[in-house]
Design a protein around this ligand. Structure first.
Ligand code: NCD
Length: 336
């Protein structure tokens, strides 16, 4: 894998390998010293041209926990405000010889453009309403942990599907691992050709009881150019997930940020059925796994069973034996 621009860049096997790798990093995250030396001496540039709390902080933490040098740039306060183009910014930052550039942009296709302008590996951290592949991976990680498996899981994605890069990446990622996806929302917020992606479409929550996972989406008001809903109150009356609509046993997810009282009621956000905090936690270890796959994984021609010396093993049986040894070596290298 050279870049991660779309979840479609990954096969089912590659998705599973990233989730397994993330499990091994979750074990590292439970240690007092959460760092491994994998990317020591290498540079990761985070370039965020759009608002972000979770994605930017977790990419930063992920790179730091892999011991990379990290440069984080936001459009506000940078030379972008002085009119510098994306291409010139990327070329300027490429002078630092980064191993990876993580980019979030309001423009569809921005990450793919950056990949043409730099020798670094590029990770798409959200390009307009197009894709957000690492969000889909962390959602799959969270679902797999909570449900035990992904194949056959029935997932309802509810809300503003039209403007959501998270919905698109999740539909594709979930189907790649054998889950069944239904998207649900008012007709104005469901893209016309969405069935072509292989999901079912509903315009009411009547069948919601059949879902194993309810994945609620925020209304992306910043991407709306007209009136897509009559009012927030009417939208909430038809599509808000609240204590009456959430059935016992169903898992509730949301990528954040949540608009309390719009797509979710306050009681369900704070219920044990909600995995919203686990999704945030998963963001760090899954992004560590993505950076690892892009920058440090052994090429496929070498032995696939032997883990890198400075990494905890990624399969369960190896994991049982790995922590003590890798913890000691990680600590020794981190403090060397
Ligand atoms: C999402 C995004 O930016 O696309 N958030 C995120 O990455 N955690 C969803 C959203 O903003 O609603």
């Amino acid at each position: 894998m050279r870049h991660l621009l779309s979840i479609e860049d990954l096969s089912r096997e590659e998705i599973t390998a990233i989730l397994d790798r993330a499990e091994s990093f979750a074990e590292v995250a439970g240690r007092p010293i959460k760092k491994v030396p994998t990317l020591r001496g290498r540079t990761v540039v985070n370039l965020f041209y759009e608002a972000s709390t979770r994605t930017s902080s977790s990419f930063e933490l992920a790179a730091k926990r892999l011991s990379a040098d990290v440069v984080s740039i936001r459009s506000s306060g940078s030379s972008v405000e002085k009119g510098e183009s994306l291409k010139d910014t990327v070329q300027t930052l490429s002078a630092y010889d980064p191993a990876a550039i993580v980019i979030r942009s309001p423009h569809v296709g921005a990450a793919a453009l950056v990949a043409r302008w730099t020798a670094a590996a590029v990770v798409n951290a959200g390009d307009g309403k197009h894709e957000h592949p690492t969000q889909a991976l962390l959602d799959l990680f969270t679902m797999r942990r909570r449900l035990g498996k992904l194949r056959g899981a029935r997932v309802w994605i509810v809300g503003d599907v039209l403007h959501s890069r998270v919905a698109r990446s999740n539909i594709l990622g979930l189907q790649a691992v054998g889950a069944q996806v239904t998207v649900c929302g008012p007709p104005t917020l469901i893209p016309r050709d969405i069935e072509a992606l292989g999901c079912a479409v509903e315009h009411s929550l009547d069948g919601l009881h059949a879902a194993d996972v309810i994945y609620a989406l925020r209304l992306q008001q910043e991407r709306m150019t007209g009136a897509f809903i009559p009012s927030l109150r009417e939208y909430a009356a038809c599509f808000q997930i609240d204590g009456r609509r959430l059935r016992p046993g169903q898992l509730l997810m949301h990528p954040g940020p949540v608009n309390r009282g719009v797509e979710l009621s306050a009681d369900v956000i704070d219920s044990p059925q909600a995995a919203i905090a686990q999704q945030v936690e998963a963001g760090v270890v899954v992004r560590m796994a993505v950076l690892y796959e892009l920058l440090a994984a052994e090429p496929p021609t070498s032995s696939p069973t032997r883990p890198a010396a400075d990494m905890p093993a990624s399969n369960a049986s190896q994991r049982e034996h790995a922590p003590a040894a890798s913890s000691a070596s990680a600590h020794a290298e981190a403090t060397a």
